[in-house]
Design a protein around this ligand. Structure first.
Ligand SMILES: [Zn+2]
Length: 103
C-alpha cells in the first residue's frame, strides 16, 4: 500500500473524489487568500509533503487548496529551500532567500 501511494497516489478514484469534495468546500487558494486575493484553487496541496506516508497523504488537516501559480512556487521553494516571493518593494520576503543572507 505505501509503495502504491508513493508511486501513484493521484491517479486513483479515491483521490479524485476526495480532491473534488475538498475543492468544493475550500474553493479559494490558501496562499493568495493570505494576501487578500481571491483566486480559485485548482490543486489540493499537502502542507507537509507526504512522501508516501498515508496519514500525511489522506489527512485532510494536511491539505490546502492552491492555485497553479502558488503550487508551483511552493514546489520550487521546497526544492531550493526558500521562497521566491517578493514584497511590494520588490525584494524577496523569505529571510532564507539568498538575497537576504548577507543583510
Ligand atoms: Zn494562489
Amino acid at each position: 500500500m505505501a509503495k502504491y501511494l508513493k508511486n501513484k497516489p493521484y491517479g486513483n478514484q479515491r483521490w479524485r473524489n476526495a480532491r473534488e469534495v475538498f475543492l468544493s468546500r475550500y474553493p479559494l487558494c490558501a496562499h493568495c487568500a493570505k494576501v487578500g486575493v481571491d483566486v480559485r484553487a485548482t490543486i489540493v496541496d499537502h502542507v507537509v509533503p507526504h512522501n508516501g506516508d498515508p496519514e500525511l497523504m489522506w489527512g485532510v488537516e494536511n491539505w490546502q487548496g492552491l492555485c497553479a501559480t502558488c503550487h508551483g512556487a511552493k514546489r520550487l521553494a521546497e526544492e531550493v529551500g526558500y521562497s521566491q516571493a517578493c514584497g511590494v518593494d520588490g525584494y524577496p520576503i523569505d529571510e532564507n532567500h539568498i538575497f537576504n543572507k548577507g543583510r
